[in-house]
Design a protein around this ligand. Structure first.
Ligand code: ADP
Ligand code: MG
Length: 331
């Protein structure tokens, strides 16, 4: 069964700005799907359509078979949602925030406190539960928001930039919690991000979004193969011509480039091809002196397809600043 089916969705803002220009994608039940793209690509717009906050101008979205326009209340019951902006009250404690949302979402009274306790514990927030959210770190805020989104036992968890502005440790804790929850509950996860490393590491499948269009779709490896595979550079001892001849016959070697004592290979899959390369070189009496492996990044894929970068370091710093501002506003 498909958890999400997006078909030819167009969203027009104002007098004709096409924020989404015919987007289609599928998310398999139980998988983690990343919507990856730079700022302004249309990620939040699509997430708002999936979560029934906005209607598309054209096309349709189904969540577990229910149409987000015609069956919006059914769809809402299936979804847990964490928006891009911080959605908590800073002047309430973590526990009080959960209680308030439990009432808003209609979590049955008899299970309310048990579920809250369980989720607070699961998200490693027990010690902080009675402190004001205003004093939480960015990572704690995100974990609390995810706990809140899970209170209604959704089949689909939708996260809009779940780790924006967090430091690496906080990001990996957020993700280990999401992954752990998914393993235990078979929930489907749909998340938007402009951090390609995160999509690469945690998503089963990715839709690359650029200016309202899906430019590529598939597993992280499918996407990387679009730019021709991983690179290996080897500094060796021996004759260049001989090396070129030897490696060019190895299956999985897509391209070779030999200069003096330096060899650069493009290979389809490090795990299967690299051992063959090493075996052949040694087998022919060529000693390896230096060795480097460089995996293709999704950024390279994006650049090849669009001519633009997804994100940069400066962007990360800006994200951190805006996260801090959100927290200090103490909503
Ligand atoms: N309510 C709106 N009215 C007009 N333009 C909007 C509105 N919301 C978003 N946009 C524009 O639509 C584009 C996509 O925005 P958004 O979906 O927020 O992208 P992302 O989440 O990928 O950064 C951007 O150019 C943004 O400025
Ligand atoms: Mg956004």
């Amino acid at each position: 069964m498909k958890a999400v089916e997006v078909r030819e969705v167009v969203k027009i803002y104002g007098r004709g700005f096409r924020a989404l220009d015919g987007v289609s994608l599928d998310v398999e039940e139980g998988s983690i799907h990343a919507l990856l793209g730079p700022n302004g690509a249309g990620k939040t717009t699509l997430i708002r359509i999936i979560t029934t906050q906005l209607n598309p101008n054209k096309g349709s979205v189904k969540v577990f078979g229910y149409d987000t326009v015609k069956d919006s209340s059914r769809v809402r019951k299936l979804i847990g949602y964490v928006p891009q902006e911080v959605s908590l009250w800073g002047d309430l404690s973590g526990y009080e925030n959960m209680l308030l949302y439990a009432r808003i979402y209609g979590v049955p009274k008899d299970v309310r406190s048990k579920r809250i306790e369980e989720l607070i514990d699961f998200m490693e927030l027990s010690e902080a539960a009675d402190k004001l959210v205003r004093n939480y770190s960015g990572g704690m805020i995100r974990r609390l928001e995810i706990a809140i989104a899970l209170m209604t036992r959704p089949r689909l968890l939708v996260l809009d930039e779940p780790t924006i502005g967090l430091d690496p440790r906080a990001r990996s804790l957020v993700w280990s919690k999401i992954s752990e929850f998914r393993r235990e509950s078979e929930i489907t996860v749909f998340f938007a991000t402009h951090y390609m490393d995160e999509a690469d590491k945690y998503a089963d499948s990715i839709s690359l979004l650029n200016q309202g269009n899906v430019v590529a779709q598939g597993t992280p490896n499918d996407l990387k193969n679009l730019v021709g595979g991983d690179k290996v550079s080897i500094v060796f001892k021996g004759s260049a011509d001989k090396v070129a001849e030897i490696v060019s016959t190895i299956p999985g070697v897509l391209a070779t480039d030999v200069k003096d004592d330096y060899l650069e290979l493009t290979i389809s899959d490090i795990a299967t091809t690299l051992p063959l390369v090493i075996e052949k070189l040694y087998g022919n009496g060529l000693a390896i002196r230096e060795f480097k492996v460089r995996e293709v990044s999704l950024d390279e894929v994006f650049i090849k397809l669009t001519g633009r970068r997804i994100s940069d370091e400066l962007g990360r710093i800006r994200d951190v600043m805006s996260m801090r501002r959100m927290i200090s506003r103490g909503r």
